[in-house]
Design a protein around this ligand. Sequence first.
Ligand code: MOS
Length: 714
Amino acid sequence: MEKISQSVVKKDHSPKMGGRSVYVADYNTAKNGDGILTGKILHSKVARARIRGVEVPTLPDGYYYVDAKDIPGDNNVNIVLDDMPVYCRDTVEYIGEAIGMVVGPDSKKVDRILSEIKVNYEELEPVLDLRTAKEAFFNYEYGHGDMDKAFAEADHVYEEEFETGYQEQTYLETQGMMAEPEEGGSMYVHGSMQCIYYVHGAVKRVLNCEPEGVHIFQDVTGGGFGGKEAFPSILATEVAVAAKKANAPVRCVFDRREDMEYTSKRHPSICRIRAAVKDGKVTALDCDVTFNAGAYSTLSAVVLQRGIIAAPGVYNVPNIHVTGRALKTNTSPCGAYRGFGAPQTFFAIEMMMDHIAQDLGVESLAFKEAHLAKQNDPTSTCGKYHFPVPVQDMINEVDKVCDYRKKKAEYSKPQTGRYRRGIGMSMIFHGAGFTGSGERDIIKAVTRLHKYADGRVEILASNGEIGQGVRTTFCKIVANELNLPLEKVFYDHPDTARVPDSGPTVASRSLMTVGELLRRASIKLREIWKDGEEQEVEERYRQPDFMIPFSLEKFEGDAYPTYAWAVNAIEVEVDTLTGVTKVLGAYGNFDVGTPMDYNIVMGQMEGGFLQGIGYSSIEKMDYDDKGRIRNNSFSDYLIPTTKDVPNMQCMLHVEKFPDGPYGAKGAGELPLVGVPGAYLEAVEQALGGCKKHKLNHVPFTAEDTLKELMKEAE
Ligand code: MOS
């Protein structure tokens, strides 16, 4: 193992384990010693309505009702398209939308006032069915080759539809934000978040002030998984407006039900794939991807982009046509969750390839292998796989660990007992870093290193620790390059008053992209290092020269500089009496380049892999015919717990990326992305294969299994 990969004690280990970390809910007083007012949101109770009026009872002294009329600037939360209001305009578009906020010193009184407010709704017909939804926030199309010819010449044409459900991030700490008016008139907003500069931009616009008028700080954050990418911008603007009106510190912390029902989750999806096959090979893929964006567009543009780029999978198919739409429904706006659109489409293509193989009567893995993209092959968007594609080697490594090929053959024989087994394999990539030209054109990351006279070095960047270890791994890179003990290098929680904008904590970009800037900054500092002096160096992002620039208009070029890769095998045993599926083995082979810390990376792999198993099997969330999410607690929305960790083996295959620090690539999202394909392929095999039971959706629950088996009895 390389020196940099050797694990250290995480920088935040001791305060977190010792219970000393201060989360936003933990502050007893504001920064200036003042008491903190509690803010609670008046959520819409209906999915779509015109608001005729809001009757607020007479408020006791020190209590406020805050709504859109109190916004000094623009009633728009700056995300991508800026259609999301801070507080609702004249209509509400989903259950949970913020109509206003009640603020006051006593949280029980705030609750009472909230319950006494009467909202006069003129109810409108909501759009709830993704299949009949019409309004597209985003619409993309790309492709290459000659589709008509490929389909005309095909021996077989296959067409199938795949569906995925919601997935809720279920971070341990719910969403929470606090705003404090500062001396000098600026607004200090801090809380649980991934992206301080996103929040900065949003609050600045809503308060209508100069950049100096807003000051954002990331408190200790109890998990994000994407769920704290965009939603904190919404909550931050809401509390900032309230704090402005009350001229006092205001904090709003969601309870679990609010968080599960009203905040962003993974987009439910429908993917239709048409495939042309000639001489045993897939010659064309036509993929149509639909995402349920919810009521406002928030992050759907970028989630959809990542999703459709992955639609043809890890395969090199000469003719490709992909369309993608993010449709509006009157439901909670969907957003980022680990994988960011790709788990949905990889699920579809992996199942499709497996089903075609089964229909052709050829071995599924061999069929997939025959189509694998290789180094220098074009990507789906006519970019290039510039670096080695290690998928075949990774498949062989997984096979070695779990005897995949042998088991696959064995389980394909007819099974009749109560317990039946299956095994499935998926192979996926995760585009490392922000999609498209985002790094070059939008983010333009800047980092600094500040050396103090006593020889300590502080990292100045905007990437937040959300449990992924960035406070530690950033320091390891700098310490390594400067040959300093790790204690001499530190990285505090980011504060917009102190750090430059090195971009958001998203897209598995922090370590690879910002970490590399820090490595280069360290080299600069090393070269000018003078003992006893205070010194500072800066480093800015530059797109690697080898990249084929991505054009969003043409949807063409290198969407990513490189890719992390994963091959997963899942082995299951289905109890045909109860429908319960037991995971006998989950084998994950992950290429994230050089691990910057073995334990941190393995923690990421195991955690993400388990989230993927939950997504595939038990994490079911849906809304009713009124648009209300029914699964709003941990008794109705099940996630895997420590008790549910199966026999899980994660391993690392290292294919170094020359433009990442010491060869590191993005890691955070990768382990979740491929699980649904492997899982459902395994369950389907246990049920007798796709000619008997063609499975096409996740989560695939015990009830779903029983429903399938009941078809046999009929
Ligand atoms: Mo992430 S899922 O790009 O916050």
